[in-house]
Write a protein that binds this ligand. Structure first.
Ligand code: TEU
Ligand code: CA
Length: 541
């Protein structure tokens, strides 16, 4: 069966596999692990940015969109990667960071010298009180110009002005350059922030951090439609995904509605804020399961109603590891990793696996600020320390830092778990009983082999990609239950999200158990679901 929506495996190249001993993963490392990824069964690899960059934000600060950063490899190595992946029926998805450039980019340097180029960015005489997403004010003063420039992220990430036509055309050329190289997918970083109004109209935001001025801005749908028409829309079968920062359902769905010809899919993050206390990332709270289910249902229903597709994911390079965050990596590492995978992968949409997720990799468990490398984590550590003890601040980082997901992949039991022969740029996870890739491959009951089964199921049952979805038992405090239906076939997915035993009685007549993470093969009239049990039933019509 040919799926329309690929199963995407996300690689954070720095931490995947290092082949030259400099402690940093590289393109050659990805090439060497393609057979592993083919065996897993994925269809596409999303690489976070590998363009030339000072690496202040690990490649999201691009200094040259048309060149490969030498730390990762060469243009030739990327061409080889594209070819070698293609031989294995795997497409390559590139990460386009078009909202901002590094201040090392030629455009920014030129803007500093030649006033004609200032329109490439947002320069103002007076800053507003908007906050950077990485902490602090979003404007930086340039003494030589006596002007401030806007940076919604790091001070070295200057926001581009999409209202200035030469900017738009330059970005179109960038996207087409990579499409001509044969990439099959595009991920657009924080793409719903690119439509900013005229900077003369920017005002202080006394109710929030400024995001209402630039999120899902006035011309955003127009910009994306034009980008589609002038780049990927001209090529057959390009998969696109827009990363959306604090969007709403209406805009989120519109970006992905096929008739609008904007993007094929989107990432939204509302379901990954259910453990933010009062919406604040740096304040801890156990996750709100009922809110999680409500958000999934809201987005799944809205997407289905518009024949649109969303991304299905709990992990990426910006998020803590799901098994530590929503599961129980101490007592039920296998069960909770596989339960979460089942819950997400069998919904309606495009599924993602973030490197390490397929082996149940937990958080970093770092115990000192010196272990961290992420610019956001380091900034916020300083901010947190002004109001709390070192231990309290470190506990928050242990749960919230982006470095939790960025630790190198433990491949085997050799030095540095086989990631590098040198010194890793970021330490490996300090979790005590790490199951390496080699351990996972050897053990037929590992998280890895369970992922293979899940992927195989999506590829054999049309219902998973194309069926409708109906959520049940929305107020059940421990179970997530949803039904998928297609062409008279029905399956039911039941997940116990907690470590208790829970009684469950299927409403329909069960024909067969299609998948279980606890080895259940037959179903009794009432069933005691085990901790973190996931069960997929086929139902008799
Ligand atoms: O992230 C956008 C974004 O807003 C986040 O997920 C961000 O990391 C979070 O809000 C911080 O609390 C994208 C990239 O995925 C991220 O790695 C980059 O740092 C960011 O854009 C800037 O390019
Ligand atoms: Ca390397």
């Amino acid at each position: 069966m040919q799926n329309k929506l690929p199963i995407v495996y996300q690689i954070y190249p720095k931490s995947f596999y290092d082949t030259n001993g400099d402690g940093i993963g590289d393109v050659q490392g990805i090439i060497e692990k393609l057979d592993y990824l083919q065996y897993l069964g994925i269809d596409m690899i999303w690489l976070t940015p590998i363009f030339t960059s000072p690496q202040r934000d690990n490649g999201y600060d691009v200094a040259d969109y048309l060149a490969i950063d030498p730390v990762f490899g060469t243009m030739e190595s990327v061409e080889t990667l594209i070819q070698e992946a293609k031989k294995r029926d795997i497409g390559i998805m590139f990460d386009m960071v078009l909202n901002h450039t590094s201040t090392e980019h030629a455009w920014f340097k030129r803007a500093l010298k030649d006033p004609q180029y200032q329109d490439f960015y947002f320069f103002r005489e007076k800053p507003t009180n908007w906050e950077s997403k990485f902490g602090g004010n979003a404007w930086e003063y340039v003494e030589s110009l006596n002007l401030y420039y806007l940076h919604l992220f790091d001070v070295t990430q200057a926001d581009l002005n999409w209202e200035h036509e030469p900017v738009f055309q330059a970005l179109v050329d960038v996207v087409n350059f990579w499409l001509d190289k044969g990439i099959q997918g595009l991920r657009f970083d924080v793409i719903n922030l690119v439509s900013k109004p005229n900077p003369d109209t920017f005002e202080d935001d006394f109710e929030g951090d400024g995001r209402r001025f630039y999120t899902d801005g006035p011309r955003i749908h127009e910009h994306l439609h034009r980008l589609n028409q002038e780049t990927f829309g001209k090529y057959p079968n390009i998969t696109t995904v827009g990363e959306l920062s604090s969007t709403d359902v209406q805009n989120g769905v519109a970006y992905a509605t096929p008739e609008n010809k904007e993007l094929s899919t989107i990432f939204n993050f509302h379901h990954l804020k259910v453990d933010y206390k009062d919406g604040k990332k740096w304040e801890l709270m156990p996750f709100d399961f009922l809110q999680f289910k409500t958000l999934m249902k809201t987005w799944q229903d809205a997407m289905a109603a518009n024949n649109a597709n969303m991304s299905l994911f709990l992990n990426n390079h910006d998020q803590p590891r799901s098994v530590s965050r929503f599961g129980n990596d101490q007592e039920y590492p296998f069960e909770s990793a596989t339960a979460l995978a089942t819950a997400m992968q069998l919904m309606r949409g495009m599924p993602y696996i973030f490197q390490g997720e397929e082996i149940g990799l937990p958080n970093a468990y770092f115990d000192s600020i010196d272990d961290y490398r992420d610019v956001e984590s380091i900034n916020y550590y300083e901010i947190l320390r002004t109001s709390m003890s070192d231990n309290e601040a470190l506990e928050i980082l242990r749960q919230r830092s982006r470095d939790n997901s960025r630790t190198p992949i433990p491949w085997d039991d050799t030095i540095h778990h086989g990631f590098t022969t040198g010194t890793p740029w970021l330490g490996l996870t300090k979790y005590p009983n790490v199951q390496t890739v080699a351990d996972n491959l050897d053990n037929p009951n590992s998280v890895f082999h369970y992922y293979r089964k899940l992927i195989a199921l999506r590829k054999t049952l049309r219902i998973i990609e194309s069926g409708s979805i109906t959520f049940e038992a929305m107020d059940h405090p421990e179970l997530m239950i949803y039904t998928r239906e297609y062409n008279g076939e029905t399956i039911v997915v039941v997940i116990n999200f907690y470590g208790n035993t829970v009684a469950y009685q299927p409403k329909q007549n069960v024909k067969e158990i299609l998948l279980s993470n606890v080895g259940r093969t037959t179903l009794t009239a009432t069933c005691e679901l085990k901790p973190y049990e996931a069960c997929v039933y086929a139902i008799t019509a």
